[in-house]
Design a protein around this ligand. Structure first.
Ligand code: IPE
Ligand code: IPE
Ligand code: MG
Length: 241
């Protein structure tokens, strides 16, 4: 697999934690804890494979509608993970970015996010975007609102610059685990031309081999961006006699 076959930017909807736990007669939060382990392994593996940007969906704008116990469990888990995981990620050259609406988060979580970002700000090996309290519609609306507040004209380019992921190119590969085939308000704008990959594996089971399988699948895709196959890969398409 040459370097061109490695996606520059992978985005993941990490789904299936709850079902992973239920199958073991464990509380749903136990599945989210296991999901943190899978995420750590995923970040490190992406770094090893030469992926430059990893963006994960950890908590959606709609996840507030879950039982209060699960929502507070997820908030607590994020706060704990931020203190526990950052030193290793920092040592591995990972730059952490938080992406989402911070306003609704507790002071403790907000402070943890800020510290993680500040501590890893000069790292360059892998940019790791954590989408938390994120929604694609929120992102588009906040970008439009910020342009309106500045009196700037709304164009594709100006909106793009105002979006939450303006510091990275659009995702090349968008993975969703857990068997569901929907976008669930993830990167509505940025995913316009992402290659989609769906896995039936539940997120806690999505290991290094599963990531490699997704990357291998991606390597076999032809990205056309509206053009014809002949334009993007001249001479490659088989002639029909
Ligand atoms: C994804 O796992 C993690 C979050 C949404 C926080 P789920 O909790 O949605 O797992 P399932 O879909 O119920 O199995
Ligand atoms: C999407 O998963 C959000 C995250 C993975 C954080 P959900 O489990 O919330 O999505 P739906 O509700 O099944 O569409
Ligand atoms: Mg789910």
């Amino acid at each position: 697999m040459g370097p061109a076959a490695i996606p520059h930017h992978i985005a993941i909807v990490m789904d299936g934690n709850g079902r992973w736990a239920m199958r073991r007669y464990l509380p749903r939060v136990a599945g989210h804890k296991k999901g943190v382990d899978a995420l750590r392994a995923c970040v490190l593996h992406c770094g090893e494979r030469g992926v430059r940007v990893l963006t994960v969906f950890a908590f959606s704008s709609e996840n507030w509608n879950r039982p209060q116990e699960e929502v507070s469990g997820l908030m607590e888990l994020l706060a704990v993970a931020l203190t526990r995981e950052v030193p290793q990620l920092h040592a591995e050259g990972v730059r952490i970015h938080f992406v989402g609406n911070r306003a609704a988060l507790s002071d403790k979580v907000r402070a943890g996010l800020q510290q993680a970002e500040a501590a890893t700000a000069s790292n360059q090996r892998l940019t790791f975007n954590i989408c938390f309290n994120y929604g694609g519609r929120w992102d588009i609306a906040q970008a439009a609102a910020s342009l309106a507040a500045k009196g700037e004209p709304v164009t594709e380019a100006s909106l793009d610059r105002a979006m939450a992921l303006s510091h990275v190119p659009d995702p090349d590969l968008l993975i969703r685990t857990g068997g569901e085939q929907r976008i669930s308000n993830f990167l509505l704008w940025q995913g316009a031309y992402s290659e989609l990959y769906f896995s039936d594996k539940l997120w806690p089971d999505f290991d290094e081999a599963a990531i490699d399988a997704a990357i291998a699948d991606y390597a076999g895709r032809e990205r056309r961006f509206g053009k014809t196959s002949e334009q993007v890969a001249p001479g490659k398409s088989k002639k029909v006699a």
